[in-house]
Design a binder for this molecule. Sequence first.
Ligand code: ASP
Length: 341
Amino acid sequence: MGKKIYIAYTGGTIGMRHHREGYEPAPGYLQELMRQMPELANPEMPGYAIQEYTPLIDSSDMHPRNWMAIARDIAANYDRYDGFVILHGTDTMAYTASALPFMLRGLGKPVILTGGQIPLCEVRNDSRENLITAMLIAARYRMPEVALFFGNKLLRGNRAVKVSADGFAAFDSPNLPPLGRAGLGIHIDWDLILPITGNGGLNLIEVTSAPVGVLRLFPGISADIVANLLAPPIRGVVLETYGVGNGPSSDGDLLEAIRAASRRGVLIVNCTQCLQGRVRMGAYATGAALEKAGVISGFDLTTEAALAKMICLFSRNLSQERIIDLMQTPLAGEMTLPTAG
Ligand code: ASP
């Protein structure tokens, strides 16, 4: 029996065409282009069904309710296909790729997000290569991963960040080597692939939007600004700190704003502004001050993954202690805890 994959087409540059105002997705257009691609009729390619979303969106318009629509779509078609490809705009692809692993619990098949920096309709484009290889990976490899394939690299979704606005190598996962690479052949690093857990059934976690935010520290940031952002109704904040998790320790008002919010139950998660490396709040007095004020470590989480994880945890009916505990526990390969010693 040939392999069959399901393609969820949400929008993004890959299927866009020129419009007066710039590139825009157009209903039916991507399928028309795909029908004209001889490669897709090659016997090496899997069979596919494609579901075009309405409306097709630029991923800058993504919202957690769109993540939910994608997750529900995968769950509804889960038993009938060997793998899934999600065609998505690049701008917020890392956020969707970060959220889905927390929503698709017990996943046993690949879900591969891809798109392009130049649409399929252009003579020179990266979309063609990304699409074909993502389809092959989704069909061939039985891996319980939500991954992002782009620019010849297969990255774990909840480790990925967009690193280039215009290059073909637009994504990277600075704290985890690629799960695979496409060169002369497709090579998967099986040592990095998550183990298959559960009984093979997919458990869909419902997610709704939550009042969360990101606060990036910078020299001179005022206590007032911090206090305002941490004021109700906020429930969770990713605090983007310096280096290994440091922040200004000599501004008592700023630390007090953080302490007060944390006491009110605001979840404040420390993620570094550095692309690579992890938070170690005990390393400097400036980091220890944040920890004392109630900030918890995000270890090597990306901001995208920290935000998505918070939103997903807030959507479940969990106690504050449980949320704090789960926030610091790897649930889907999104973080690496420090080893003892
Ligand atoms: N603005 C586009 C989007 O994210 C960019 C892209 O797809 O590359 O939908």
